[in-house]
Design a protein around this ligand. Sequence first.
Ligand code: PMP
Length: 439
Amino acid sequence: KPNTPTLENYWMPFTANRQFKAAPRLLAAADGMYYTTDDGRRVLDGTAGLWCVNAGHGRRRIAEAVERQLSTMDYAPCFNMGHPIAFDFAEKLAAIAPGGPEAQLDRVFFTGSGSESVETALKIAIAYQRAIGQGTRTRIIGREKAYHGVGFGGISVGGLVNNRRVFPQIPADHMRHTLDISRNAFTKGLPEHGAELADDLERLVALHGAETIAAVIVEPMSGSAGVILPAKGYLERLREIATRHGILLIFDEVITGFGRVGTPFATDYFGVVPDIVTTAKGITNGTIPMGAVFTKRAVHDALMTGPENAIELFHGYTYSGHPVACAAGLATLEVYAEENLLTRGGALAETWQETMHALKGLPHIIDIRNIGLVAGIELEPRPGAPGARAYEVFLDCFAKGVLIRATGDVLAISPPLIIEPAQITEIADRVAEALRRVA
Ligand code: PMP
């Protein structure tokens, strides 16, 4: 029997499609690949929660680790204190750090979310420049359509204008989203001219002066803007330009980290090594809120070796390295390793791609994009009602037992990495039926 409490006191997070005014679907339980709704229906999870439940729901091992940690030590501060479980988790993360051992991206700073990871990365980048005598480098360059969470730093460098529309005065000048490094550089279908598009960064450097720019931040795969992939050569060229001008490169891997694109990190997939990588979501399989920022050793050392630097920089959270989150994270990494989940998306990518691309030709579809176990199915917007059609497809699929996500006019699909081929087909079938039904 559905137990639907009143929504009166619950303030729903703001989303871009609240104009559709539908009551939230209510989820009551989760196990493996499935949610159970509050009225007892099973729904196949085609979104891994919110790009985070990479090992599937209800993993006993994670639950037991959390329970054990809660009864051993529920909380401990991280300022001038420590606890072995945080050191242990940092060491395990370092062992699988983006780019492998040569990349030296193995200094790990713990946060409580993706947004906090982004704020942390931006502050580290500016503080690092200052520590090496480049104190005029305070500008951060972001990319059009980029999503970097909801902190003021993240919306300042983010490229989804709606996310900061009511805060026009807030983005600090030194962080303002300046650029347009790439109006088209993140594209449909990986065209060959990525390197050329990255030259927009070169133009921005000429415009502002390299001596004002601390870092450039990009999502290696743009998730929230609708699964948009970088053009070939784009990230390589960004790396080259940034290095040449003393600019740090930050990859926001909050979505792509922990196996989503078929390699442990997108850094590994594209073979381009940034200086800082932000993560969250899959780090604890979505169980306990947590994030981590990986930095190059050189970045860490510049900030932590001179006592004068340590005094200048204050940054950290009450929940940095939370022992229960670390316990969840350690158990999560064990599950990922035992079931080869950080590369399973790569093994399934061909099946995934074939199944998703077989939808081509169905009503409304104008583009299908995929990488690892992610697909973005872009629909022709309904005239005068952007996003409405995708939202209706989402509702239809949910009613028929499959959870997908509508982000603007794109259907985003990113299931837990434990998905079986038959379930991939099931998702595609429900999407196909919904597309035939909606106007
Ligand atoms: N960066 C990226 C690339 C994201 O996709 C997200 C969330 N979807 C964030 C940052 C923010 O993470 P959180 O919602 O955990 O704050």
